[in-house]
Design a protein around this ligand. Structure first.
Ligand code: DAH
Length: 322
């Protein structure tokens, strides 16, 4: 009975020995043919055998049942389990969107190192020694003696590009930048910028405005307005800060734009001729514009995120929403 590996096999063994016409029944029948004196003893033996066989049958039957319970039955008609699927980080998504927006305007994508010399991060951008931006308070130095820093902005990529390419130039440069900031809702010591640079003959401020307006409308909708406010950056002249109409209230005034209807994005301007000297461009022949932007800032506006730290915590409950 132990060898019976299915209900049917076990049942046929049972019938063979314990069935109404089985071997045991035959033996009971045969009791009548043995001498009277031995019948009692034989009857006892047959009953004991029968009890043993019944117990064995019971055991074998239970074992089969247990085995059946333990075998996973596969129901091929059930719908499959969904595998957890990752998604692109919101900063990656926004960076890609910004890139493709500028690529459609004819910009290519450039990259530069995150570890820079002071020359690229400051000097060649016309940021003089002693300028507050160069202060240890703001800049993370790899080696002060060797003048090696973690880039504090993506603007040094402008210099690398112009050193390696003559005009016309139309590039954007996305990447990580580093500043000595204590993290809070709007600061992070590592964040992302995208730099833009266009240099050619006859480029003027209207080209800058048109480019930024097109970008704003592509990213946030065709009702977007932009405005430029006078500002100062050593590497642009004139310099401006540019704002988008508030992406939340669309210019009406709300909590996010503090009632102004405008949201500050970043800085821009016409490339300062002083910068062309460092890269040996003919400042008489060429003009250009440059602009920067913070990727986190754009992403926060786009998805209405009110704390920059969410981007770096890798909390799956946050990331799953994108
Ligand atoms: N590099 C500046 C910053 O990090 C942003 C910036 C301002 C970039 C003006 C530019 C520009 O290209 O023209 O604050």
């Amino acid at each position: 009975m132990k060898n019976a590996d299915s209900d049917e096999a076990l049942e046929s063994v049972r019938i063979q020995y314990l069935g109404r016409k089985g071997e045991l029944a035959d033996l009971f029948q045969a009791i009548g043919t043995v001498p009277e004196s031995e019948r009692r003893e034989i009857g006892r033996l047959l009953n004991a055998t029968k009890t043993h066989l019944l117990e064995s049958f019971e055991k074998a039957s239970n074992a089969l049942q247990n085995r059946a319970d333990n075998v996973e039955t596969v129901d091929l008609t059930l719908p499959g389990d969904r595998l957890p699927l990752g998604s692109l980080h919101p900063l990656t998504q926004v960076t890609r969107e910004i890139k493709s927006c500028f690529q459609s305007m004819g910009f290519t994508v450039a990259q530069g190192p995150e570890i820079e010399t002071e020359y690229y991060n400051f000097d060649a951008l016309n940021i003089p020694r002693g300028h507050p931006a160069r202060d240890m308070q703001d800049t993370l130095f790899i080696s002060e003696a060797d003048e090696i820093v973690l880039r504090t902005h993506t603007s040094p990529v402008q210099i690398h590009v112009m050193e390696n390419q003559s005009p016309p130039v139309r590039v954007i440069a996305p990447g990580r930048v580093y500043r000595r900031d204590t993290p809070d809702a709007s600061h992070s010591p590592v964040f992302h910028q995208i730099e833009g640079l266009a240099v050619d003959e006859g480029i003027n401020f209207a080209d800058l405005k048109g480019t930024i307006l097109n970008f704003a409308q592509r990213m946030f909708g065709s009702d977007m307005q932009i405005r430029f406010r006078p500002s100062f950056f050593p590497f642009t002249e004139p310099s401006a800060e540019y704002d988008f109409s508030c992406v939340i209230c669309r210019g009406k005034g709300c909590r996010v734009c503090q009632g102004t209807g405008w949201i500050e994005i970043s800085g821009a301007g016409m490339v300062n001729p002083a910068v062309y000297q460092y890269v040996h461009y003919d400042a008489e022949k060429y003009t250009g514009f440059a602009f920067g932007m913070g990727v986190e800032r754009i992403a926060m506006l786009m998805y209405e995120i009110n704390d920059i730290r969410y981007f770096y915590e890798n909390d799956i409950r946050f990331l799953r929403q994108f």
